[in-house]
Write a protein that binds this ligand. Structure first.
Ligand code: GDP
Length: 299
C-alpha cells in the first residue's frame, strides 16, 4: 500500500501522475478536513471533493476545485434571489455536495466519502483525516477570520499573524492505512493548513517515524507555487524556503524532493534529512506529474 497525504491543489496534481503508476487498489489518500464547513446549505469538504474529482478524471484543472464543464444556473438563480454565495458552486459539483450532506445525516464522513467514491468508480481508498469537526481561525491585521473568509472574501490579502485550529482524532481507517503502508508520500501541499492538521493528530507522527516518508516541496525559491502557504509559514515562524518546509517534517522525513533551481539549499538540508533530490517539481503538464511520480515511487 502507498499512502499519500493530501490537500486540495498541489498534491492532486501529483496524484494524477501517481494513479498512472500505482494500481488503484494499492493507493490510499488521506485528505485534510480542516477547512470543511457548511456553505449555501450544503457541506463543503473542498479538499476531499477535489481528490474525488481528480481520481475520477472530472476535476476542473483551472481552479483545482469543482468539476470541469460545470454550469452555474443555481448560483446565478441564487444571486437573482438576493443571496450572494461565498463559494461559487457549480451545478454538478453542488449535486455531489447535496448528496454528501444527506449521507451525513446517516453516516460518518468516512462512510459518506466511501459511498461517493465507489459510485464514482474509484478503487483507491479516499479517507478524510477525521470524522470530527475542525475549527480554524486565521488571525490577521484586520482581525480573526475563518479560512474561507480569508481565502475567498479577502483574497488572501491581509497580513497573517497566526493560524490556529483545534486538534481532532484520526479515524481507525487512517491509522490502519498508515500502518499497512510501505511508503508515505507528503504531496506538495500547504504545510500549515493541509499537512500539519493531519500529522498533528494523536499517534500519526509516531507511525510516520517508522515508515519511509517522501515529501515534495510546495515552496520553490522563496515562495509557494500558489496560494497563501508562504504567509502561513511566516506567521508560524518558518523560513519560506524549501529548508523551512524540511524543518516542519524533520523528525520523520526520509526523502525530500526540491526543485532543480533550488540546488543552493541542498547541502544545508542534507545536514538533517537523509536523502535530498533535485528534480522538476513544477507540475504544469501531465508529463511532469508522471515523471515526478516515477521518481518518488521507483527512486
Ligand atoms: P489547498 O488545500 O488548496 O491549500 O491545497 P494544497 O495544500 O494541496 O496545495 C497548496 C500548495 O500546493 C501551495 O503551497 C502550492 O505552493 C503548492 N503547489 C501548487 N501547485 C504546485 C506545483 O505544481 N508544484 C509544487 N511543488 N507545488 C505546488
Amino acid at each position: 500500500m502507498i499512502t499519500v497525504l493530501s490537500g486540495g491543489t498541489g498534491t492532486p496534481k501529483l496524484l494524477q501522475g501517481i494513479k498512472t503508476i500505482v494500481p488503484e487498489e494499492e493507493l490510499c489518500i488521506i485528505v485534510n478536513t480542516l477547512e470543511n464547513n457548511y456553505f449555501s446549505g450544503v457541506y463543503v469538504s473542498a479538499d476531499i471533493d477535489t481528490v474525488l474529482y481528480t481520481m475520477s478524471d472530472m476535476i476542473n484543472e483551472k481552479t483545482w476545485y469543482g468539476r470541469k464543464d460545470d454550469s452555474f444556473y443555481t448560483h446565478d438563480e441564487l444571486k437573482k434571489l438576493g443571496f450572494h454565495e461565498t463559494l461559487r458552486l457549480g451545478d454538478k459539483d453542488r449535486a455531489l455536495k447535496i448528496q454528501k450532506t444527506m449521507l451525513l445525516q446517516e453516516y460518518s464522513l468516512t462512510d459518506a466519502v466511501k459511498i461517493q467514491k465507489e459510485r464514482l468508480g474509484i478503487k483507491s481508498s479516499i479517507l478524510p483525516m477525521s470524522n470530527e469537526e475542525s475549527k480554524v481561525s486565521i488571525i490577521t491585521d484586520n482581525g480573526e477570520m475563518s479560512f474561507h473568509e480569508f481565502l475567498v472574501t479577502n483574497k488572501s490579502e491581509p497580513n497573517v499573524k497566526d493560524v490556529v485550529y483545534n486538534n481532532v482524532t484520526p479515524t481507525d481507517e487512517v491509522i490502519e492505512c498508515l500502518k499497512t503502508s510501505e511508503q508515505i508520500i507528503i504531496g506538495p501541499s500547504n504545510p500549515i493548513t493541509s499537512i500539519n492538521p493531519i500529522i498533528s493528530m494523536n499517534g500519526i507522527r509516531k507511525i510516520l517515524r517508522k515508515k519511509y516518508v517522501t515529501c515534495i516541496s510546495p515552496i520553490i525559491g522563496k515562495d509557494a507555487v500558489s496560494g497563501p502557504a508562504s504567509k502561513f509559514m511566516e506567521a508560524k515562524g518558518f523560513d519560506v524556503t524549501p529548508v523551512g518546509v524540511a524543518k516542519i517534517y524533520e523528525e520523520f522525513l526520509d526523502h525530500y524532493i526540491i526543485n532543480s533551481s533550488d540546488n543552493k539549499y541542498k547541502s544545508s538540508i542534507e545536514e538533517f534529512i537523509p536523502k535530498v533530490s533535485l528534480d522538476n517539481i513544477i507540475l504544469k503538464k501531465m508529463d511532469d506529474r508522471i515523471n515526478l511520480a516515477r521518481k518518488i515511487i521507483f527512486g
